[in-house]
Design a protein around this ligand. Structure first.
Ligand SMILES: Nc1ncnc2c1ncn2[C@@H]1O[C@H](COP(=O)(O)OP(=O)(O)OP(=O)(O)O)[C@@H](O)[C@H]1O
Ligand SMILES: [Mg+2]
Length: 281
């Protein structure tokens, strides 16, 4: 069953000069329980599509065509049925509110219940996302965490209300490789067997190949390729996806070559003697 069906769907941003199309003529079905990667270069419209699916486009936008949301128990609401993690890892969090309260309030706003229950759920979630000392973390503010930790807290705040769909806009792009890997593993663990539909934006082909069942490729606001990840990565047809895959192969080759060149004995660090150097010349 398709949770989202888009037909000739378009979005334009409006300013004084007029309308600027960001998405045009998109035909796409997003199936329940699948993991969809939205791929595309910067400015291709990935965030605009993510916001449109979540119903969170700013008022300055004009939508055309059709965007049908189906298969939700009630009219879907962002936050409750559709969890959203924004592109900037800290952007989803309020800097002035303790993270435990933010997660608890996200729960209560969407699902009700007592303050005590919501706080205890918040603590559980901080543990599930592998934050060190979750009992102490509830009382801390966002600035007391690293970028990767904030990204995990944002995930917890999005998932605490048990949404049907999680939309994550570049969940790993601001993070170093090791932290990226940890987020991917976390997303895998959180979505495994849960039936959650995951829609994530990325221009990281490695992330897409690790997490996605399906891939949709945007190019200059148009959907240029969509289908099962396995097929698209094996036989890409659009030049953008071909180029992305080629870069990945090249990077892989460079990495292998670099590691092969490193002499495992050569890890000693030599510090030149400052006084001796200064006396020369
Ligand atoms: N709030 C806005 N007001 C006006 N134009 C916008 C706004 N947000 C995005 N746009 C424009 O819409 C187009 C698509 O932007 P979008 O943010 O969706 O791209 P993206 O694929 O997410 O890019 P990136 O990878 O850099 O995040 C761009 O031309 C952008 O300038
Ligand atoms: Mg974006």
């Amino acid at each position: 069953m398709s949770l989202f069906s888009l037909r000739h769907f378009g979005v334009s941003y409006r300013d004084r000069a007029g309308l600027h199309p960001a998405l045009q003529d998109i035909d796409l079905d997003i199936e329940a329980g699948r993991h969809l990667a939205l791929l595309g270069e910067s400015g291709s419209g990935k965030s605009t599509l993510a916001l449109a699916l979540a119903g969170l486009l700013p008022a300055s936008t004009v939508m055309t065509g059709e965007l049908a949301r189906q298969g939700f128990a009630a009219v879907p609401r962002a936050g409750r049925d559709i969890g959203m993690v924004f592109q900037d890892p800290g952007g989803s969090l309020d800097p002035l509110i303790r993270v435990g309260d933010q997660i608890a309030e996200a729960r209560r706003a969407c699902r009700g219940g007592s303050r005590g229950q919501a706080r205890s759920l918040a603590r559980d979630w901080l543990g599930r996302i592998s934050l060190p000392e979750p009992h102490a973390a509830v009382a801390k503010y966002p600035h007391q965490f690293s970028g990767g930790q904030k990204q995990r807290i944002a995930l917890a705040a999005a998932l605490v209300s048990e949404p049907t769909v999680l939309i994550a806009d570049e969940p790993t792009s601001a993070l170093d490789t090791i932290t990226q890997h940890a987020i991917v593993e976390l997303l895998r663990a959180l979505t495994a067997g849960s039936g959650l539909t995951l829609i994530f934006v990325t221009h990281d082909i490695a992330l897409a190949s690790q997490l996605a069942d399906d891939v949709a490729v945007l190019y200059q606001g148009r959907l240029v390729e969509a289908g099962p990840a396995e097929r698209l990565f094996r036989a890409p047809s659009h030049p953008y996806l071909k180029a992305l895959l080629a870069t990945r192969q090249e990077l892989g080759a460079i990495r292998l070559r670099r590691f092969a060149e490193i002499d495992p004995q050569d890890f000693s660090v030599k510090i030149p003697q400052a006084s001796g150097e200064a006396g020369r010349g």
